[in-house]
Each structure stands twice: as C-alpha cells, then as structure tokens.
Design a protein around this ligand. Structure first.
Ligand code: ZN
Length: 447
C-alpha cells in the first residue's frame, strides 16, 4: 500500500479542467512530498488516508495554482508614486519618465523589498509561479540573487532574468550579460524546483547588434532560452525597420533568439510572416492585455496567432498580480478589437490554464498548473458561493464573471502552505509591508 498523504485539501469543488473529470463535487487533493498523490472525492481520500492533516476548503473552489508568464517585480514600489514631469504621451516617454527613472535608482535592498512585496501580492492572488523580467541598472550585479532570496523565502516558483540593454552604456550592458550568465550557472540550478532562469534582454530598440550577438553567445553557453520584450509598441518595430531593414521577429530569428524555451513578451505589432516564424520556432508569446491598454500601444491579434499555431501565454507585465483579472481583460480586449462579441471566450482560458502550464512545466521540469497525480502540489482555494450551478460546460463563465484574485483564500506551492485564510505564512506580512513602505518612501525621494 502507498504511503499515506501528508496533507488532504478537501470539501471543495475541484476544478481539474482534465477532459476525463473537469469538475469533482466534494472533491479532494492528496499531497505527499510536494507532489499531488491523488485527486478524487473527499470521502474516498479521507478513507484511504486516515491519519493525514485535513485542510477544509469549506465548499470553495480548489484549482491549480496560477502562473504569471511575464511580470516585473521591480515595479511593485511604483504604486502611488507621483512624478514631477509632464504626463507621458507615448510608450517611449512612459519608459523615459517613469520606468527608466525608477529602475536606475534601485539599490539591491530596494530590489529585495520590491520583490518581496510583489511576491506577497502574487500569493494573495493565488499565483504560485512567475516569470520575472528584472532591471536595476544602478545595481545590476547581485540583483538576481536578491530576488532569488525573496522568491525562495516566499515559496513562489520564479523564473528570473536580467534585461540587458544598451540604454545605460557599455559597462551596464556587460554587467547585465554577466549577471544573467552567473545566475544561470549557479543560483538557478541550486534553487531546486523553485528557481529557474532565462537570458533576459530588454527590447530590440535598446539593443545594438553587437550587444545582441554577445547576449546570444552567452545564452548558448548557458544553455538558456531568452525572455525579451518584442514589438510592444509600433515605435519599436519602426526603429527595427529603419536601423536593420527587417522586422523584430526576423531580427530575433537571424540572431538565434527564437525557440521552444524562449519568451517573446507582447508581440502587439507583428505581421503574418513574423507570426509564422513564432509558430514554426515554437517560441512562447506572452499577452499582457492590461499593460498594453494602459500604455496605449495597441491590441495584439492573439486569437489569430493561436489559430496559426503560436503558443500564446498570459501575463500581467507588472500591471497587477491578478491572473484572473488579466484573463478577464484579455476576453474583453479581443471583443473590443475585433468588434465581435462572440470573440475571446476560448483563447484567454487556454492561454492561462493550458499554455502557461506548458510553458512553466517545460521551464521548471515538473508538471505545473495541473491537478493530477504526479504534478507539483501547487493549488489554491477560492471562496465562492455561486448563485448558479457550476457545470463542466460553464467553468470559464464562473471564472470570468464570478471570481478574481481576491477570492483566493489559501495558496499552496510544492505542498507548502504559503497563505491560509488570507494570512500569509511564508512572509511576515506586517514586517514586509513596513519595510516596503519605508523603502518606497526613500526611493521616491531619490527619484
Ligand atoms: Zn514587460
């Protein structure tokens, strides 16, 4: 007989999304050694595991932990920050007047508390895996290590990278390459199943051919894929056409950036031929609808990309930590973009629950985003008393219209309870908030 489970999470409506049993009424997940041992009925799993600890979902929803495929933990302390410059009127001005002023000012301690606050937000929204894209040009070396410290303490699986760019001169670009290289060689491997790395690059318009080639050489040596902003604004594409006489995805193809373990974030301004290249190469595209709308950079044609075989995942780009909200906005944006109220029902849940899961599973080398025996025990409980029946055919309707990150009551990753009854267990919430506020106040003064 198999060893008993260490923890049962039961008395809930289990949403597996598996075709065999997408919903289990009064369901339960049995966890052993950080992995899901079984998924079934509460009565059955309690009978089979009489001595196990039992976490009562009290009739709420039990579903896989959420995955954020593109975010920036360094942006967390910008919440509520006021700037003394005129309001930015385009994407490059947003970078110059807000994000590049902020990231240049960050010290390693700022990076740490910003990461901790962002990770706490993630846990509160049921996010158990993130793909972070980091910049702190004034404190490049050691920055990924500080984020990794926060990530391991928080228990949120984190795939990290440093975004190399030429915008702060040659030395900072060289430091960025070295930071990626060192992290990939050391920490990313030492962090077990909780930590991974990619080779980070900022975007086409901030990367010379020389720096791009250096990044590619270093990434090949490290055996890592890339995480890079791609065609986020039309100005990025125009710059690429003007300087290199090709479109951005073509530039990536020629340099060797595309591939199954690479992430091209945004892809708002890609054409048919670029879409073909993304599909052929298996590159992951990550859609960030709220950020795209907030920056007024346009609406990605993600539905068409997916129809052509591109693997499109979903992120927040640091706009929020709430993946259910991001899915909701993805749904709305596709309707708005196409003028078709029937658009966007199928693809956003597919991005969040299938493609993000595939991306994270490939990256971390363990089955993530699934409630099935053998998958990592990453799951969440949401408080929910639906006014209408939840059926295998209308799960997405309930997720879209009835739920949001704030409904998450309990977050578990690798079998470790990170939050229970809205109380953070892996992070001291009061200490974190006090440190983050003091850090933010000091940071805002220096900016
Ligand atoms: Zn981004």
């Amino acid at each position: 007989m198999a060893e008993p489970a260490q923890l049962l999470v039961g008395n809930g409506l289990v949403i597996t999304r598996e075709s065999s049993a997408p919903l289990i009424e009064n369901g339960c997940v049995a966890i052993r050694g950080g992995v899901i041992a079984a998924v079934g009925s509460t009565a059955e799993l309690r009978r089979l595991n009489p001595g196990s600890d039992f976490l009562d979902a009290r009739g709420g929803i039990i579903m896989p932990g959420l995955i954020n495929a593109h975010t920036h933990l360094y942006s967390t302390l910008a919440r509520g920050m006021a700037l003394d410059t005129p309001a930015p009127r385009n994407f490059v001005e947003i970078l110059e007047r807000l994000w590049w002023r902020l990231d240049k000012t960050l010290t390693l301690d700022d990076v740490y508390w910003s990461a901790m606050a962002g990770l706490a937000d993630s846990i509160r929204n049921g996010v158990t895996t993130i793909f972070d894209h980091h910049a702190s040009p004034g404190a490049v070396r050691g920055s990924l290590g500080r984020i990794a410290d926060a990530a391991l303490q928080s228990g949120v699986r984190s795939c990290l990278c440093y975004e190399v760019s030429d915008r702060d001169g040659e030395q900072v670009a060289a430091d960025g390459i070295a930071e990626n290289r060192e992290f990939l060689a050391g920490m990313a491997r030492a962090g077990g199943n909780g930590l991974r790395g990619l080779f980070g690059m900022h975007a086409s318009f901030t990367l010379s051919d020389r720096t791009l080639a250096r990044c590619c050489d270093a990434a090949v040596e490290s055996g890592a894929g890339f995480h890079v902003h791609t065609a986020e604004a039309a100005s990025d594409t125009e710059d690429c056409l003007k300087r290199y006489n090709k479109r951005i995805v073509e530039r990536w193809r020629d340099a060797g950036v595309l591939g199954k373990s690479s992430i091209a974030a945004h892809c708002v301004h890609v054409d048919e031929a670029e879409t073909e290249l993304l599909a052929e190469s298996g590159t992951f595209v990550v859609h960030n609808p709220e950020s795209n709308m907030s920056n007024a950079v346009g609406s990605a044609w993600v539905i068409e990309m997916m129809a052509r075989g591109v693997r499109v995942g979903l992120g927040t780009d640091g706009y929020s930590a709430d993946m259910l909200e991001s899915m909701k906005v993805a749904n709305l944006l596709q309707k708005h973009r196409t003028g078709d109220p029937g658009a966007g029902w199928v693809e956003p849940p597919q991005m969040l629950f299938e493609n993000n899961a595939a991306m994270a599973s490939e990256c971390f080398g363990i089955s993530l985003g699934k409630l099935a025996a053998g998958a990592a025990a990453d799951l969440v409980i949401l408080d929910y008393q639906p006014p209408t029946p939840v059926l295998p055919t209308n799960i997405d309707g309930h997720l879209l219209f009835g739920l949001a990150g704030r409904a998450v009551n309990t977050t578990i990753a690798g079998g470790r309870i990170l939050m229970r009854g809205r109380e953070l267990l892996s992070i001291d919430a009061a200490e974190m908030a006090a440190n983050a506020r003091a850090t933010a106040q000091n940071l805002w003064r220096r900016i």
